[in-house]
Design a protein around this ligand. Structure first.
Ligand code: OOG
Ligand code: MG
Length: 260
């Protein structure tokens, strides 16, 4: 277990890497004893620090909830992070490549909650009751670690590589009953790069929301009405290069990301 001064120091290293767009070596390379709990301590410290500086919490994210993503980064347990309101990009808004270390993007299903959700026993049914709408989304990741190489405690400390997100239009569940097996198609500069379906995420993206609520409950926290949850990448993530256009399509909607 790491001490409070180390928690602050690790967060400050991550924040400096982010601000200077200069990656750092994974903490676990030099601190073999770093565990997942330590990672969450650094993450929580970072959230509190940012909230105290005026950032606003928009919701949370789950990561490594699909096989494609677990293989992508070589870490096979789901992890959670937080989303700040100023991380939201409008669909089609250009992404300034130089503001990031080595950004990547991935298609996801997001939910917006209409009711609070908390407790260590939260089920899929509880999630369905609390969800107001589902939204197709793209998450932009940017690991603060060199070469996107990390172990689970590192990436948790680094707020699960969160950088930005684009949300599609809200859809009522009644409007979209067969959404779980509806294909997602990812195109780079017009060419198909990957495909997937929402059920690749733990069998059902709501299972990721349930896991998130249970994990927060163990720290005495919960989800609030109005919050967004990103449930995890459906496909592997795609590195973003200047000039590239990445489009993600799902059920008649296309989200596009233009990299400047
Ligand atoms: C870790 C974050 C994972 C997801 O959706 O699986 C994640 C990473 O890939 O750097 O956001
Ligand atoms: Mg993600």
């Amino acid at each position: 277990m790491i001490e409070a001064t180390q928690v602050r120091q690790l967060f400050e290293e991550l924040e400096a890497a982010q601000q200077q767009c200069r990656p750092i070596a994974a903490f676990s390379d030099r601190m073999a004893e770093l565990d997942l709990k330590d990672g969450y301590k650094v993450q929580s410290f970072g959230l509190e620090s940012r909230l105290s500086r005026g950032h606003r919490l928009a919701g949370y994210k789950m990561g490594l909830t699909s096989r494609a993503k677990q293989v992508d980064v070589g870490v096979s347990e789901p992890i959670r992070g937080y989303l700040l309101a100023d991380g939201e990009l409008a669909d089609g808004e250009p992404l300034a490549r130089e503001r990031y270390v080595h950004p990547r993007a991935e298609p996801e299903i997001a939910v917006r909650l209409g009711r609070a959700l908390s407790g260590e026993e939260v089920s899929l049914r509880d999630v369905a009751f609390a969800v107001d709408s589902i939204l197709f989304a793209m998450e932009i990741l940017d690991s603060r670690f060199q070469a996107f190489k990390f172990r689970a405690p590192d990436v948790v400390a680094d707020n699960t590589s969160a950088a930005a997100f684009v949300l599609g239009r809200p859809r009522r569940l009644t409007e979209d009953s067969d959404w779980l097996l509806s294909g997602v198609c990812l195109r780079r500069n017009g060419e198909i790069l990957d495909t997937g379906v929402p059920s690749a995420v733990l069998g059902h993206p709501f299972a990721a929301v349930a896991a998130l609520a249970r994990s927060l409950a163990r720290e005495g926290r919960g989800l609030e009405p109005g919050q967004i949850v990103l449930t995890g990448g459906i496909t592997a993530s795609v590195p973003l290069m200047p000039g590239m256009v990445l489009e993600a399509g799902w059920r008649g909607e296309t989200l596009s990301l233009r990299v400047a």
